[in-house]
Design a binder for this molecule. Sequence first.
Ligand code: FE
Ligand code: FE
Length: 204
Amino acid sequence: MKMETLQDLLIDHLKDLYSAENQLIKALPKMAKAASNAELKAGFEEHLEQTKGHATRLEQICKMLNVNPKGKKCAAMEGLIEEGKELLEEDAEEVVLDAGLIAAAQKVEHYEIAAYGTVRTWAEQLELDDAVRLLEETLTEEKQTDEKLTELATSVINEEAEAGAEDEEGDETDASDDEEDEDEEEGEDAGDEAATTSHRGRGR
Ligand code: FE
Ligand code: FE
């Protein structure tokens, strides 16, 4: 079918997102299972429930537009999930794997944030008010998820991953002089930073 209007393009992207969300519904339980950090595991489980809601919202929007949400495959999400699978096949320390899982999840969230931002803006242009509202709700949840992942990475997981196996094995290293300067990063604004952007505010 020839795409003649912005609405045709919007529908094409909604179908693509529907495929992306459904691929994620299958992948998130595996990510939760692979995560060691309890908060990260719970975060993936919570986002799985939200993701089911995202798929439902896309169904609602497609119904309003009289189109079938099925019929496309999101190649981008397929690729992101494939890279996540490659990570799971690595022989990695638990906490290092957690840091990698956060990275994989944030790439997914950033893809979704970009895609939902676009379709929300197109729906605004087309004055599809109900669709705008539903897309905005999903976009907000994707952004919150991204921020929570940044927070989890920068408050604990990256630091533990830096120490790697040493910490987990227990007391074989002298931890006493590590502890003093480790609380300084707490409470900083996570903002929009990705997990890998470390910022160490030591200049006080
Ligand atoms: Fe989603
Ligand atoms: Fe998401």
